[in-house]
Design a binder for this molecule. Structure first.
Ligand code: HEM
Length: 526
């Protein structure tokens, strides 16, 4: 018994160090040594602690775990949503995992998701403490990280009624059309050549969201793009500093705190100058200034005349803008990229989507947003893409305020709750031939992604559901329609359809390992 614990400790020490390295923290060797020693000390601390604490009696099932690191080793060499999905097949749709110091509840069935996001929605409407929320997102004052309460409710209201309302999304139509036309022109100049479509789509999403937020007024466009991509990497997945919150030394060793502080400083400098510029042009409007208010204008107006219960500070405005930029970019571009990838594997579907588009738009010679509602098949393709490849596969983690019971199991207060939307979208109890890309499954089906069907929750559900759904879908539909209308597509020489499989990255998010590369063949040019 004694030997077993000791052996377990050695295994977990070793695994933690591998884990730190695998999580791309690239520790120099003296830091690894320090980590090793620290881990050793912590094992004693954690064993002592676990004896003192009252552990809950009826937790959801869990796999065998190691001392100190708990189940962290299970996340090595696999995407978290894939690994959680495999584990759920063995241990059930409600699992308890100890990742580092934190208790995680992993939800992997529509029934259990409904319990969390509908039956007990208020209790689970909080977000756990995550270091990026404090450092980068202005001390949790953005929408995604803000704790559930009056301030968050006010932000959601501003979002739904002002920033991302259907009317506002429509008013930015010309921004989307202009940015997408630029992309189509740039692709046209490369017809017959292999292009990195994945990267181009990612830049397109950033440009659309940036122009919507700032109008034409972001001089440091390129610099900002690069900072935002880094922030996105930092917030996605599981970081050692968040899994061991009490061990401040880990934050230092991993370099995470310093990295986030640098990102915050860079972002803040850019946002500050953009806001100052907006204030100046508001105070001194010139002929030729943009007539349509961008999102910064809307927030500054609300700050001045909104009669808000929680007056907005400039930092609050920066936090909200940053949230919108981060929430709305990779999500939309990943969806378009996956849709293209799936259709390249299934040429019949590609042809069908193109035939529909060309029938609708050939008489006009170009794609426009007002006629997108006619594209019935394209909408099925997008739904099926979101089912198999939800861009936020584990949604955004939630935290429960009070302990509660789900499916007869006890969920301790302050558990970090992860909903595996990716596994739920492939649940064979709900989906026939669940792994097959088959857009027609949504034909004559009332199942939608709007939060009422818990077997299909790419935007989440309940109070914390994505407020940017209409905006995100507007970007996805228009970009996909334009790509398919203006070009035929070929795989690069030597690439086979099977190569399009298994392109998810090894890492913490659903990003692809390799961007999708394709050859465009001109059909019609804007
Ligand atoms: C295809 C596009 C998109 C997908 C799939 C998506 C998905 C999600 C998901 C899964 C969540 C977490 C929901 C939950 O916890 O239940 C979320 C939250 C959020 N999304 Fe989106 N999103 C998309 C586009 C956008 C866009 C375009 C914006 C803004 C312009 C945006 C802003 C946000 C914000 C602010 C939150 C946090 C909400 C809160 O905590 O109250 N998203 N999104």
């Amino acid at each position: 018994m004694k030997f077993g614990r000791k052996a377990g400790s050695i295994v977990s020490n070793t695994l933690l160090i591998i884990f730190l390295t695998v999580m791309e923290l690239h520790l120099p060797s003296f830091q690894v040594l320090l980590t090793f020693l620290l881990v050793f000390l912590m094992i004693f601390k954690s064993i002592k602690k676990s004896k003192i604490k009252d552990s809950p009696k009826n937790l959801p099932p869990a796999p065998w775990k190691l001392p100190f690191i708990g189940h962290l080793h299970l996340l090595m060499f696999s995407l978290p949503h894939h690994r959680f999905g495999e584990l759920a097949k063995k241990h059930g749709s409600l699992m308890h995992l100890q990742l580092g110091e934190l208790s995680h509840i992993v939800v992997s069935s529509p029934e259990a998701a409904k319990e969390v996001m509908k039956t007990h929605d208020i209790n689970f409407a909080n977000r756990p403490f995550l270091l990026p929320g404090r450092i980068v997102f202005y001390n949790f004052t953005d929408i995604s990280f803000a704790p559930y309460g009056g301030y968050w409710r006010q932000l959601r209201k501003i979002c739904t009624l002002e920033l991302l309302s259907t009317k506002r999304v429509q008013s930015f139509r010309s921004v989307r059309e202009e940015q997408i036309s630029n992309l189509i022109r740039s692709i046209s100049s490369s017809t017959g050549l292999t292009i990195n479509l994945g990267e181009m789509l990612n830049n397109l999403s950033y440009s659309i969201v940036l122009s919507t937020a700032f109008g034409g007024r972001c001089k440091q466009h390129e610099a900002f793009l690069s900072v935002m991509k880094k922030i996105l990497e930092a917030v996605a997945g599981f970081s050692i500093s968040d899994l061991f919150p009490s061990i401040k030394l880990f934050h230092m060793i991993s370099g995470m705190t310093a990295k986030l502080e640098k990102l915050h400083q860079d972002t803040d400098d850019i946002l500050e100058s953009i806001i100052e510029e907006h204030k100046a042009s508001k105070a001194n409007p010139k002929n030729g200034d943009d007539v349509t208010d961008d999102l910064v204008d809307v927030l500054l107006n609300l700050q001045d005349h909104g009669g808000l219960e929680f007056p907005l500070t400039i930092d609050n405005i920066k936090a909200v803008i940053l949230d919108i930029l981060i929430g709305g970019t990779d999500t939309a571009s990943n969806t378009v990229e996956w849709a293209m990838s799936e259709m390249m594997k299934n040429p019949r579907m590609l042809e069908k989507a193109q035939a529909e588009l060309r029938q609708v738009f050939d008489r006009k010679g170009d794609v426009n947003e007002s006629d997108l509602h006619e594209l019935k098949y394209l909408k099925l393709v997008i739904k099926e893409t979101l089912r198999l490849h939800p861009p936020v596969p584990l949604l955004v983690p939630r935290e429960n305020v009070e302990k509660c019971e789900i499916n007869g199991f006890e969920i301790p207060a302050k558990s970090k709750v992860v909903v595996n939307a990716w596994a739920i979208g492939r649940d064979p109890k709900y989906w026939n031939e669940a792994e097959r890309f088959n857009p027609e499954r949504f034909l004559n089906s009332s199942v939608d992604y709007k939060g009422a069907n818990f077997e299909f929750i790419p935007f989440g559900a309940g109070r914390r559901m994505c407020p940017g759904m209409s905006f995100g879908m507007a970007i996805v539909e228009l970009s996909l329609a334009c790509l398919l209308y203006h070009f035929d597509w070929k795989l690069p020489n030597g690439m086979k359809r099977e190569d399009l499989d298994m392109s998810e990255a090894f890492g913490s998010t659903a990003r692809r390992k390799r961007d999708l590369h394709l050859i465009p063949i001109r059909y019609s040019v804007v």
